[in-house]
Ligand binder design. Structure first.
Ligand SMILES: [Zn+2]
Length: 444
C-alpha cells in the first residue's frame, strides 16, 4: 500500500490519501495516457462530439465504455425492465484523472470490482440486476438546460489546450482539473444519468415497483454551478436529469436528496427560485465550499423549496437516522414528488480522507433502503442515485455495493466492513438543536 499526501486547496489542512494496491494495478493494467484515446486492451475510442460511435465496448471485462451517440433506441426491452430490480450504468471517465488526486479514475473501477466480489452483477444475479449498455451522450441542449452555453462551448474549446498541455485547471474558484477527454467524458456521465432516468420512468409505467437506478459516473456534478465547474465537478449531472424528467417525461415535481458530506451548492443554485424542484442537502457544517447554511431556503417562488441542514462534525449513524425520520420523510411527504433523484456522496464515511463525519457502510445501507421505501410510498418507486464524492476506495466501493443490497431488499453486510471500535461519541445535543432549528424554519 502506498501512502500519498494530498493537499486540497479548499479543504482545511493536509489529509492522507491511501492508494490501494489494486488501484495501482488497475492503472498499470490500463496504461491510460492522458494525451491519447487508447482505452486499454488495445481498443481505441473513436467517438467524438460530432457523433461517431464508441468502439471500445470493453475496456476490461468489468468496466465498459458503452454508449451511443445515435438516436436513443437503446433503452432496455420491456422484458428486461420488468425483470430488473436494480439498473445501473457505468461511466468511469478513465481519461479524466490527475496524479495523486482523490477524484481519480480508480474510483468507478473500484466500485465495479466490489460489485463483482459481492456477486452483485448480472453474471451472478441474472436479470434482476441490469447494466445499461449503449446509452447516449447527453446533448449540448441537455447540458444547457442547467449551464450557460458560454461555459459549455468554452470548455469544449479548452480541450485543445488540454490536449497540448495534458492537464489544465478549468476554474478559479475550486480545484477542478481537465484533461483532453474531460468534455467528452462529462457528456458520457450526464448521458448515463439521463438514460437511467428514462429506463426507470419507462419501467414505472408498467409496474408499481420499478428498479432502483444507480449512475456510477464521474466526474461528479453537485458543485458545478450554472456558470461553470467547481470542486472536482464539471456538469451538474443531477440538475440536468431533473430538467430532463420535467421536459421529456412531464414529471413536474422532483425531490433531490444530497447526502454527500459537502454542500451541493451547484444544484442548490440551479433551483433556488424553482418551487417544483425541492433540494434537500445534509452536509458537514463548515466544510467545502462553505455554503448551505441552515437559513438558505431558496428565494422568490422557490422560497421554502431548498432545505439545508449542516451537520456538526462527528455526526454519524444515529444522527443520520434521526435526520431521515424527522426531516427528510416529513419534508418529502409534504412536497409529494413525482420522482427522487439522489446525489449519493460517500465521503461522509468515517474512513473518508476529505471530511470528518462518522457514517458507516451501515449508514449508507440505511439511506438506500429508506429512500427506496420513501420513493415507493410517494412516487411509484421512481428513484435514481448519482455518484458524487467518496475518496477512500474501500469505504466507497463497499458502501455502494451495500446500497445495491438495500435496493434488492437483502440484508446488509455492513458488519463485515464496519469497525465500531474506531467510532467516537456523536455530538447529538448539537444535532438536535440543528434539527429543531430546521424544523422551525420549514414548519415541519
Ligand atoms: Zn463531497
Amino acid at each position: 500500500m502506498e501512502l500519498q499526501t494530498f493537499r486540497h486547496p479548499s479543504f482545511a489542512g493536509t489529509v492522507m490519501f491511501l492508494v490501494r494496491n489494486h488501484e495501482l494495478k488497475w492503472k498499470n493494467h490500463n496504461r491510460f495516457s492522458l494525451n491519447t484515446k487508447l482505452l486499454g486492451d488495445g481498443h481505441f475510442c473513436k467517438h467524438s462530439i460530432s457523433g461517431r460511435k464508441c468502439f471500445s465496448k470493453n475496456i476490461r471485462s468489468s468496466v465498459s465504455c458503452s454508449y451511443s451517440t445515435e438516436k436513443n433506441d437503446t433503452l432496455p426491452s420491456v422484458k428486461q425492465l420488468s425483470d430488473a430490480r436494480v439498473i445501473y450504468a457505468v461511466a468511469p471517465a478513465l481519461g479524466h484523472t490527475k496524479e495523486s488526486h482523490p477524484e481519480s479514475s480508480a474510483r468507478v473501477p473500484a466500485i465495479v470490482t466490489a460489485l463483482e466480489e459481492m456477486e452483485l452483477t448480472s453474471k451472478f444475479r441474472g436479470s434482476e440486476i441490469l447494466e445499461l449498455q449503449n446509452f447516449k451522450l447527453a446533448s449540448i441542449d441537455d447540458i444547457a438546460s442547467v449551464h450557460a452555453k458560454a461555459y459549455v462551448s468554452g470548455l469544449e474549446k479548452a480541450m485543445d489546450r488540454a490536449s497540448k498541455q495534458g492537464l489544465i485547471v478549468i476554474d478559479g474558484s475550486g480545484p477542478t482539473y481537465a484533461t483532453a477527454t474531460t468534455f467528452h467524458e462529462s457528456l458520457v456521465a450526464a448521458g448515463a444519468g439521463l438514460a437511467l432516468v428514462d429506463s426507470v420512468v419507462a419501467a414505472s409505467n408498467n409496474r408499481l415497483d420499478p428498479p432502483m437506478g444507480f449512475a456510477l459516473i464521474r466526474p461528479p456534478g453537485h458543485h458545478a454551478i450554472p456558470k461553470g465547474p467547481m470542486g472536482f465537478c464539471v456538469f451538474s449531472n443531477v440538475a440536468i436529469a431533473a430538467r430532463h424528467v420535467q421536459r421529456l417525461h412531464g414529471l413536474k415535481r422532483v425531490f433531490i436528496i444530497d447526502f454527500d458530506v459537502h454542500h451541493g451548492n451547484g444544484t442548490n443554485d440551479a433551483f433556488l427560485d424553482d418551487p417544483d424542484i425541492f433540494f434537500l442537502s445534509t452536509h458537514q457544517d463548515g466544510s467545502y465550499p462553505g455554503t448551505g447554511k441552515i437559513d438558505e431556503i431558496g428565494h422568490g417562488a422557490g422560497e421554502g423549496a431548498t432545505l439545508n441542514l449542516p451537520l456538526p462534525g462527528g455526526s454519524g449513524d444515529t444522527a443520520m437516522r434521526t435526520v431521515f425520520d424527522e426531516v427528510i420523510v416529513p419534508c418529502a411527504q409534504r412536497f409529494k414528488p413525482d420522482i427522487f433523484l439522489v446525489s449519493a456522496g460517500y465521503d461522509g464515511h468515517v474512513l473518508d480522507p476529505l471530511a470528518s463525519l462518522q457514517f458507516t457502510t451501515g449508514t449508507y445501507y440505511m439511506l438506500a433502503s429508506n429512500i427506496k421505501q420513501l420513493a415507493k410510498d410517494l412516487c411509484g418507486g421512481r428513484c435514481v442515485f448519482f455518484l458524487e464524492g467518496g475518496y477512500n476506495l474501500d469505504s466507497l466501493s463497499y458502501s455502494v455495493a451495500d446500497s445495491f443490497r438495500a435496493f434488492l431488499g437483502e440484508p446488509s453486510l455492513a458488519p463485515k466492513f464496519d469497525d465500531p471500535a474506531i467510532l467516537y461519541e456523536e455530538p447529538l445535543t448539537r444535532l438536535k438543536q440543528a434539527i429543531q432549528t430546521v424544523k422551525h424554519i420549514h414548519s415541519l
